[in-house]
Design a binder for this molecule. Structure first.
Ligand code: PLP
Length: 489
């Protein structure tokens, strides 16, 4: 909430805080002293009843038969079971399977696919168009006689782009190829049915349910074409062994029921908030919206010309993401945005805002204010701005080094009068440590003689601004810019 010290939470695509009703229900179930849902006594039967009631609630969200829902630990496991399970079953039939997917899929889809490719499966990773969309004719052209599975996200977790699943499912159905859809981001947000779909992945924690529980819908016709990944106990019709987590399943069921009941109103509310956020940012210089607007809750924006880490670190009052939570630790530019045609710097200067049940207009307005303030500060120093032009006396010297493409660019502009530096300015495209080191040097330069400028070493500057050792290279670029200082002719 904007009026407390807590950051405004705009990271619902990473996880949505558990709905209070769901938390209360889970606590209630935990306190019931239930048995194992697989046991044949009263305590076990009581747990089983709760599990089956929740199974029906999950199935209702997908418009499918409860008997076709398999509980898993989340969408990662559901995706692995769907993809690896289908490919392994095809391999067991003696085929060399071919799988088709999209380059912008979630890593829990791409990594199992890469593992299968290393094991000898053929893999086609299609490129979306510049809006992030997979046209149905592109999919149709990729399907081969030996294709055992097409696997696609419904809603992309980074951009919110929604694929036209009914059209793509019709292509697959027409060719007799099973389709797996990862609905982790779309369930409860967009209309969804299991029609013409063989496998459908869900997770509870994106819709206000608990983390660590999810489901896979398995169409009856596909059941015999799926090899389980988890063995031992024959739970979930032999497709996923392991004791069922009754309290999590009960929470998941309730979250699905609430999401289904609130979906239309909530989707309209979130869409309006998402557009309010976009309208509040759209006029900033260098701003680009990523992907065709799809899911109501996700807005992904590139802020070209300002460096990504500085932008992100300059927004401590917002809980947002620079990409998917799974890849934001890696520091790599988003492969999803690259596939939409953004270059490395643009991909790194992008933020994902994701909205949910607790998001208010006040949150959105606070986010707009925070981003505009930080953007203004970084834009003033950015390479896109002209170097300061002197009005004071004396002569201007300028020194520049690095490149945006390298992640660091620095330009010093100093005004020298009677041999002394009277003004020193830095422009930069770089991390917060680069910015801090440039500011420190500007302070130290003022009043000194240009000829006898003695400002320490890059390693000392690194220590002064508490930059980690791997940032020494950036300090060397700053040194290069200082060494390049020459009079402006
Ligand atoms: N698929 C998509 C599209 C996601 O956004 C996520 C979560 O980040 C997952 C799969 C993984 O879900 P879980 O955290 O339930 O394993």
């Amino acid at each position: 909430m904007p009026d407390t010290d807590r950051p405004v939470y705009l990271d619902y695509a990473a996880t949505a805080p558990v709905l209070p009703e769901v938390a209360a229900r889970m606590a209630e179930v935990l306190a019931m002293g239930l048995g194992n849902a697989a046991s044949d006594h009263a305590a076990g039967r009581a747990a089983r009843e709760l599990v089956e009631a929740a199974r029906a609630e999950v199935a209702a969200l997908a418009g499918c038969d409860p008997a076709d829902i398999v509980f898993t630990s989340g969408a990662t496991e559901s995706n692995n079971l769907a993809i690896v399970g289908t490919a392994r079953a095809a391999m067991a039939r003696g085929a060399r399977p071919h799988l088709v997917s999209l380059a912008t899929e979630h890593k829990s889809v791409l990594e199992p696919l890469r593992m299968l490719a290393a094991e000898g499966c053929a893999l086609t990773l299609l490129k979306p168009d510049a809006d992030g969309v997979l046209p149905a004719d592109v999919l149709a052209a990729a399907i081969r006689p030996e294709t055992c599975l097409v696997t696609l996200l419904h809603v992309n977790n980074e951009t919110g782009v929604a694929q036209d699943i009914p059209a793509l499912a019709a292509v697959c159905a027409g060719r007799g190829v099973p389709l797996h859809v990862d609905a982790a981001q779309s369930a409860g947000k967009l209309p969804l049915t299991a029609r013409d779909i063989a496998l459908l992945s869900f997770t509870a924690h994106k819709l206000g349910g608990p983390q660590g529980i999810g489901a896979l819908y398995v169409a009856p016709a596909h059941r015999g074409r799926l090899k389980p990944r988890m063995l031992g106990g024959g739970h979930e019709r032999g497709l996923r062994a392991g004791t069922l987590a009754t309290h999590q399943i009960a929470g998941f069921g309730l979250a699905c029921r609430l999401a289904a009941a609130r979906r239309e109103r909530e989707a309209a509310r979130l869409t309006a908030l998402r557009e309010r956020l976009w309208q509040g940012l759209a006029d900033l210089p260098g701003v680009l919206r990523n992907g065709r607007p799809g899911a109501p809750h996700i807005l992904n924006v590139t802020f070209a010309g300002v460096e990504g880490e500085s932008l992100f670190k300059g927004l401590p009052e917002l809980a947002i993401s620079t990409g998917s939570a799974c890849s934001s630790q890696s520091g790599e530019p988003s492969y999803v945005l690259r596939a939409l045609g953004r270059d490395t710097e643009q991909a790194q200067s992008s933020l994902r805002f994701s909205l949910g049940h607790g998001t208010t207009e006040a949150d959105i307005d606070a986010a707009i204010r925070a981003v505009r303030r930080t953007h203004e500060r970084l834009w003033q120093a950015s390479p896109a701005r002209p170097a300061p032009q002197g009005t004071g006396r004396g002569e201007w010297w300028r020194g520049e080094a690095g490149a945006e493409r390298l992640g660091t660019w620095v330009r010093f502009s100093v005004r020298v009068e009677e041999g002394l530096i009277r003004e020193a300015h830095a422009q930069y495209y770089g991390c917060p440590h680069t910015a801090a080191a440039c500011s420190l040097l500007c302070e130290q330069m003022r009043g000194r003689s240009l000829n006898f400028i003695e400002l320490g070493t890059p390693d000392l500057w690194r220590q002064a601004v508490q930059a980690p050792i791997e940032k020494l290279g950036r300090m060397l670029i700053i040194e290069d810019a200082l060494n390049a200082l020459r009079p402006v002719t």
